[in-house]
Design a protein around this ligand. Structure first.
Ligand SMILES: *[C@@H]1O[C@H](CO)[C@@H](O)[C@H](O)[C@H]1NC(C)=O
Ligand SMILES: *[C@@H]1O[C@H](CO)[C@@H](O)[C@H](O)[C@H]1NC(C)=O
Length: 504
């Protein structure tokens, strides 16, 4: 633990205070050197690292310890419960209700633009009508309907697909001996139309029916369901290849055939389809990493095994990655496809204080292009920005609340130089790391920082923290928002670093 005196002496050496406020030596600090001095003298070099940062061996690996996942993927198909074949009456009617609601929700009359129909191409034919066939059992199943079965009504199915959000592929087939289709549902049709959010091929025709759907009647044999004339149709453009970028994110790379293997890994989830919005929601809702903070980036990709879409992986990171680490191409028969990286956008410019680069060892300023520190009316350097990796959570910059030279015990205020550009009315979350452990625990017990959003306190921190500690506060944006950190009362200093304002 460095003594405050040593830090402040060093700070005094390199901080260019305005002449009217300079009080050289009044507190036993060395006389300030000429302002032209920009490199530390040898005597100031051995600045000991704070305890939390002393061992890079301990803290660094924590950032990189966990690795991108290996390829232990469950290759099982979705549970039969989710498939559009004969099911129990309850689940069937529930699903039917849902798909009717869904179809309504995306109907042309509801203001949702209907995709143009007719852009489909046949992927595979059904077998001749007198032979048993099989329906697709594949990923990204969305919903199904039945279409008029007076003819083999492919067009009715394609038209319907065009009204289903995310539908890029349909499987059309007759299903026989399904009690619900034959006797319960109003459509009185056994021509099924199953919608998918991914493309499938004939090798996935593996659902032959074979279920007992009719009720048992005396000792009569219950007829089993079976399928005929199962054909597949897909949009003739790769619609799945161009999803809209989720709100609050920006596309970093993709689509490529490589998944990220990058530092800051927070774990992954399987999605039931290639759904960038769902992945973004998972990232937004991810618990924070105490060392790394909130989710800052996700990588979504599809696994294809022997040509068959198999899983959709959403991997999350607290450090933004890029294409340079997207180097997991798969292994064995598993091929990585449609890999895309998305970074979460922060409304704070330079929340890591890395833009302050006035020196290459140690320097302090009250303001620079991106941040403004303000002191109490009778205070000096009550809020400042420091260049020195020792005091930074990451990188070389950090902010300091509390008089950098112990000139006073007033609180300082730190604000971004510009109001934050936000989406009016949207929910955001302010995230930062704070460290109130420079002085002794007893002294730092009084440390306190308030996070102000347009002048209102929304969160903060208080008390001694041995290491940088994560804080966050939910806020609602007005479109142009003033963020401020107010606190510090030397010698109860607080350092701040790696601040983000994310859409929640
Ligand atoms: C149409 O479906 C209904 C209900 O399953 C069935 O009873 C009927 O025989 C089917 N018609 C044709 C032409 O396949
Ligand atoms: C079972 O079926 C046979 C004809 O195959 C019939 O003679 C018999 O009465 C039936 N038994 C019952 C219990 O319905």
């Amino acid at each position: 633990m460095p003594s405050p005196t040593r830090f402040l002496a060093l700070a005094a050496l390199f901080f260019c205070r305005p002449p009217q406020s300079s009080r050289p030596g009044t507190r036993g600090f060395p006389t300030r050197p000429p302002p032209t001095l920009t490199t530390p003298s040898p005597t100031t070099r051995p600045l000991s690292r704070p305890r939390w940062a002393r061992s890079t061996r301990r803290s660094r690996p924590r950032l990189t310890r966990r690795r991108t996942p290996r390829w232990r993927l469950p290759l099982s198909p979705p549970s039969t419960e989710r498939l559009p074949t004969a099911q129990s009456p309850t689940s069937a009617s529930t699903r039917r209700r849902r798909h009717h609601q869904k179809a309504r929700a995306f109907g042309p009359g509801d203001g949702v633009a209907k995709r143009e129909a007719g852009k489909f191409e046949k992927v595979f034919d059904g077998l001749p009508a007198d032979q048993h066939d099989a329906s697709i059992q594949g990923t990204a199943y969305l919903t199904y309907t039945v279409v008029n079965n007076a003819t083999y009504n492919v067009q009715g199915c394609l038209d319907w697909c065009s009204t289903v959000k995310g539908c890029v592929f349909v499987n059309v087939y007759y299903e026989f001996n399904n009690y619900l289709l034959d006797f319960v549902f109003g459509e009185k049709s056994n021509l099924k139309c199953a919608a998918y959010g991914d493309f499938h091929t004939a090798v996935e025709k593996i659902n032959f029916g074979g279920q007992a759907s009719y009720p048992q009647d005396g000792n009569e044999t219950v007829p089993l369901t079976y399928i005929t004339q199962s054909s597949g149709w897909r949009l003739d453009q790769d619609e799945i290849l161009a999803p809209e970028t989720p709100d609050g994110y920006e596309l970093v790379f993709g689509p490529t055939g490589g998944a990220n293997n990058a530092p800051g890994y927070m774990g992954f989830s399987f999605l039931d389809k290639y759904d960038v919005d769902a992945c973004a929601l998972l990232c937004n809702g991810r618990g924070v990493d105490s060392n790394g903070g909130g989710c800052a980036y996700f990588n979504i990709w599809r696994a294809v095994v022997d040509g068959v879409p198999t899983t959709y992986t959403c991997s999350m990171y607290y450090l933004a990655a890029d294409e340079s680490t997207a180097v997991n191409y798969g292994q064995g028969s598993l091929v990585v496809t449609l890999s895309r990286g998305y970074a979460r956008k922060s409304a704070i410019i330079d929340g890591g204080f890395e833009g302050y680069t006035a020196c290459d060892k140690f320097c302090v300023t009250e303001s620079y292009a991106n941040w403004i520190g303000s002191s109490a009316s009778n205070g000096v350097a009550d809020a400042s920005i420091i260049f020195n990796p020792t005091y930074a959570h990451t990188g070389h910059g950090a902010a300091l609340l509390g008089a950098a030279f112990s000139d006073d015990d007033e609180a300082g205020m730190l604000t971004p130089a510009q109001p934050l550009q936000t989406d009016k009315g949207a929910n955001y979350v302010v995230q930062c790391f704070v460290w109130s452990g420079f002085a002794s625990p007893g002294v730092e017990a009084a440390a306190k920082v308030d996070i102000l959003w347009n002048g209102e306190r929304v969160g903060g921190s208080s008390g001694y923290t041995e290491e940088y500690t994560f804080v966050q506060a939910p806020v609602v944006a007005t479109g142009s928002d003033k963020l401020a950190f107010v606190g510090g009362a030397a010698p109860a200093w607080t350092f701040i670093d790696d601040c983000k304002v994310y859409k929640a």
